[in-house]
Design a protein around this ligand. Structure first.
Ligand SMILES: Nc1ncnc2c1ncn2[C@@H]1O[C@H](COP(=O)(O)OP(=O)(O)OP(=O)(O)O)[C@@H](O)[C@H]1O
Length: 324
């Protein structure tokens, strides 16, 4: 490994995407560090850690230029080909599990047809306030800040936005005061309509997670969603199989009402990563309806979400590497 590579790894491990413009010249290390929205203590801490660890790794001198440019959060789309396959439930639990793993994560509910995140995040009564023209996200389950299309509509009002109106609403959610949030999980509407196009053309997600049930028809829809992101050059992070296998709460027997393993086989065929499978479990629906995402707990289901979150986090940090 060259000096540049080893310092680059070290710097990235400490400062992540806040570090830029690294130069290593005969032992002299210099870099820019984005300290926007950090407290003075946090700035000093990260700066002295970078300095100390670079010196320990053999740097003769370390020059750190502090900048305070706003770091735009990275968007990760959660999408499905059709409705009702569990996309919103996965989005909530993925965001919560990523937050529990220490990531600075937020959630945007872009589902204009059925915005369900206020309920799933246990914050139905909280409305976002605005600071100037920008919305301030509301804190939901696990302390995850989120914004939802549902918060922009009056209670009980059906949202029938089309084209530019829906696009503007989406921009309000994405370009909000996200503060320290680095990654935003976006719960997309099902299919490939106006919002999806606006999302891809204007907001450019860094990757997409596709969710499907194991059935053939749902998988065909998922394949269409994958093709949509492929055409738009949004990389696919991987495929999640939901409602895979049913554990009978009475007799304890496992059955496969929608078949099993279909999504994993489809992922292999399409050459994309398979991120994991979530069983059909009544507790997921009950906990979700109660606004306490199962990912908050320590059940086997929580661990399944945590494992998906780990792989997504790994992909975000190593965008060119396949999910581990
Ligand atoms: N693994 C699961 N086990 C049991 N119920 C589940 C599971 N995943 C989701 N559900 C339930 O299925 C229903 C649909 O889930 P969800 O709203 O997440 O789907 P969706 O794909 O986002 O749907 P829509 O397109 O309508 O927004 C919800 O009642 C949810 O609680």
């Amino acid at each position: 490994m060259t000096d540049f590579e080893s310092f680059s790894r070290l710097v990235f491990a400490i400062a992540g995407p806040r570090a830029a413009g690294l130069k290593v010249d005969a032992g002299a290390v210099s870099l820019m560090l984005d300290v926007s929205e950090m407290t003075t203590d946090e700035r000093e801490q990260i700066e002295s850690r970078l300095r100390d660890e670079c010196e320990q790794a053999g740097a003769q001198s370390v020059r750190i230029m502090l900048t305070a440019e706003r770091v735009a959060p990275r968007l990760i789309a959660v999408a499905s080909g059709k409705g009702g396959v569990g996309k919103s439930t996965l989005s909530t639990n993925l965001a919560v599990a990523m937050a529990m793993a220490g990531r600075s994560v937020g959630l945007v509910d872009a589902d204009i047809y059925g915005p369900s995140q206020p309920r799933l995040m246990g914050a139905e009564d909280s409305k976002p306030e605005a600071d100037g023209k920008k919305l301030i996200p509301v804190k939901g389950a696990g302390g995850v800040p989120f914004l939802s299309m549902g918060q922009l509509a009056k209670p009980g009002q059906a949202i029938a936005w089309r084209g530019p109106m829906a696009g503007n609403a989406l921009s309000q959610l994405v370009d909000a005061h996200w503060g320290k949030v680095r990654d935003i999980i976006v719960d997309m509407p099902p299919g490939t309509g106006d919002i999806q196009l606006s999302m891809i053309q204007k907001h450019k997600p860094i990757g997409a997670v596709i969710i499907s049930t194991p059935q053939d028809l749902a998988l065909m829809d998922a394949t269409r969603a994958i093709a949509f992101f492929d055409t738009a050059k949004v990389p696919i992070i991987g495929l999640v199989e939901n409602m895979a296998g049913y554990l009978c709460p009475h007799c304890g027997e496992m059955s496969d009402p929608f078949g099993s393993g279909g999504a994993e086989a489809a992922a292999a065929e399409l050459g994309i990563s398979f991120l994991g499978r979530i069983p059909l479990d009544i507790d997921i629906r009950l906990a979700s309806d109660a606004g306490t995402p199962p990912a908050l707990g320590d059940s086997p289901i929580a661990r399944a979400y945590a494992e998906i979150a780990r792989q997504v986090g790994h992909w975000i940090d190593n965008p060119k590497a396949p999910a581990a």
